[in-house]
Design a protein around this ligand. Structure first.
Ligand SMILES: Cc1cc2nc3c(=O)[nH]c(=O)nc-3n(C[C@H](O)[C@H](O)[C@H](O)COP(=O)(O)O)c2cc1C
Length: 191
């Protein structure tokens, strides 16, 4: 499959089956994260792999996102702002972009391994901080929920034939991409 097709065929998976994720696969996902680009190559990311169900249940105290407790593995993504700021100064926020690139690499790696994954930003960062005893030098940014999946969430490799018919929409390229300035929409047909 070409890269564009591969990117398009990834989707957030929120329904996991109760099957362990191989240690080696988790390592590959972390390795993909490690090779993301980062400003000045500061690599301000840290990852905590959580498999303990009791802990995962406490990540999402209102249980509005069942995939947080049902995912076999959660990678908690932390940023170390100091890694960025010692190079770029106190006001730099590059670490957010850096960690986002690492998360996208993880999602794509999981997809390549046939695993489901979803990026979760809505959770209590303070609860996770307390539970995992994360010091104030780190920012808690996101959870990446990982697991095997099947059934309604199964998708074919072209990415559009999804069994539950939930086609993912995207804004058209003309609406979001421009040539030279914001008043000239990108023409999809390039001469
Ligand atoms: C910064 C960020 C935060 C997100 N937070 C959540 C979340 O809290 N819960 C969730 O189910 N999905 C979350 N998502 C996943 C998005 O809903 C999803 O990527 C989007 O709807 C597009 O669908 P797709 O990933 O299947 O292409 C988040 C994605 C991003 C990038």
């Amino acid at each position: 499959m070409d890269i564009l097709q591969f990117i398009k065929s990834r989707r957030s998976i929120r329904k996991f089956i109760d099957k362990p994720v191989e240690h080696d696969d988790i390592t590959k996902i972390l390795e993909a994260a490690r090779w993301a680009p980062s400003a000045g190559n500061c690599q301000p990311w840290r990852f905590i792999v959580v498999t303990d169900k009791k802990k995962k249940m406490k990540f999402d105290p209102f249980l509005h996102q069942p995939w947080v407790e049902n995912a076999r593995v959660i990678v908690v993504v932390l940023a170390s702002p100091e890694d960025t700021r010692k190079r770029y100064g106190r006001s730099s926020n590059y670490f957010i972009q850096d960690c986002s690139a690492a998360i996208q690499n993880m999602l794509l790696m999981a997809h390549g391994l046939g695993l489901g994954a979803v990026w979760v930003g809505a959770f209590s960062k303070e609860d996770v901080r307390k539970l995992l005893e994360i010091g104030s030098q780190y920012k808690v940014l996101a959870l990446v929920c990982l697991g095997h999946y099947q059934g309604a969430d199964k998708l074919t490799y072209d990415g559009f034939d999804i069994a539950n018919n939930e086609k993912r929409q995207r804004k058209s390229l003309e609406k979001i991409a421009f040539l030279e300035n914001l008043s000239t929409p990108w023409n999809v047909k390039i001469e």
